[in-house]
Design a protein around this ligand. Structure first.
Ligand code: ZN
Ligand code: ZN
Length: 347
């Protein structure tokens, strides 16, 4: 079957590998769509920019996918062939220390590999016999492309829930890639004043449809601008969705006294000039939000399905869809161009 690979020069190509074989607790899914995560882009850029050397093509896994079940293991009762499904979050056991401490997104209790990666024609997924699973059927009316954003959408909802937003709050979001866009859409349901910040005009133009303000931080000082919008006070809440030092410093500086910083961006570089003293003196609370928590409604469906159905999150206004043959272009444009979120479509 086809799988996306990154080669030593940093280009994305389509390679061949054996189709996955399932065991009794697994299902096999024909992938329909897989979206590109910021994490995938970090790998891509590190190879392209020669930060990381690889001599053999490196398979890309992809964890934001949707598809149709084509085979079920003998012990599977919840799913059948033909079901439309998507990965909404990671499996969790419910019993390990992290699950017991209320952090199922950090579950360490399941040894079985969860899934084989969605940048391929087929993906297998493990349904744990006890505990919670991250695979769900896609409700009618939600497309495969939209459902591919179920996992980052769940990340966005979780991050916003942690921020404890109140109506009237000034909430800045630095970084309007896929996750930043999803966060700003979710925030729009709270009646706050959302301020989208990025250096890319196209991403800002998208976000301006649901943000009260947008700031191009390559043209204006975002700290000064946020101060101006908030009458000199600073933002109540800032989401940092980039994961570099410059934007972290901006986040700290644009917060009001006693504000909250929601840490969403993934740091891969060591920090050199970060001054912890500013956090101390501004009495800032830092709230990390890593990965999707299993957020499920009282009715038993992933919260993301409700958001999609109610039109709170509208992925089609965020993503650009590319056929698998154009995967290299999708990665390039998401890393360096106008694409906020690339969705790779497999047929
Ligand atoms: Zn992701
Ligand atoms: Zn666990």
């Amino acid at each position: 079957m086809k799988r996306l690979f990154i080669n030593s020069s940093g280009d994305i190509g389509i390679g061949e590998e054996p189709e996955p074989r399932i065991d009794s607790y697994e299902v096999l899914i024909k992938v329909k769509a897989c979206s590109i995560c910021g994490g995938d882009i970090k790998i891509y850029k590190s190879v392209r920019e020669k930060i990381r050397e690889i001599d053999t093509p490196f398979p890309l896994k992809g964890h934001e996918w949707s598809g149709e079940i084509v085979e079920v293991g003998s012990k599977i009762t919840d799913f059948k062939i033909g079901d439309r499904v998507a990965r909404c979050f990671a499996n969790y056991c419910g019993f390990c220390i992290n699950c017991r401490l209320g952090m199922p997104n950090f579950c360490i209790g399941i040894e079985h590999e969860e899934h084989s990666g969605g940048f391929a024609e087929f993906v297998k997924f493990y349904i744990p016999p006890s505990g919670g699973r991250g695979l769900y059927k896609i409700p009618e009316g939600i497309s495969y492309e939209e459902a591919a954003l179920a996992e980052p959408g769940t990340c966005a909802i979780g991050a916003v829930l942690k921020a404890n937003v109140n109506p009237g709050d000034f909430v800045a979001v630095i970084g309007l890639g896929g996750l930043g866009q999803l966060i700003t859409q979710r925030l729009s349901a709270y009646g706050g004043y959302t301020i989208g910040i990025d250096i890319n005009e196209n991403k800002l133009a998208r976000a301006s449809k649901w943000c009260k303000y947008v700031i191009n931080s390559s043209l204006e000082d975002p700290v000064e601008k946020v101060k101006e919008i908030t009458q000199g006070v600073g933002a109540d809440i800032v989401f940092e969705v980039v994961g570099i030092e410059t934007t972290w410093i901006q986040a700290i500086e644009m917060l009001r006294m006693g504000g909250r910083l929601i840490m969403v961006g993934v740091f891969t570089e060591p920090t050199k000039r970060f001054v912890l003293d500013r956090i101390f003196r501004k009495n800032i609370t830092i709230i990390p939000s890593k990965g999707p928590s299993p957020l499920i409604t009282p009715q038993g469906e992933p919260l993301i399905w409700r958001d999609l159905r109610d039109g709170i999150i509208k992925p089609s206004l965020i993503y650009d869809v590319f056929p698998v043959e154009r995967a290299n272009e999708a990665f390039y444009k998401q890393a360096y161009g106008d694409v906020a979120k690339g969705v790779i479509k497999f047929d």
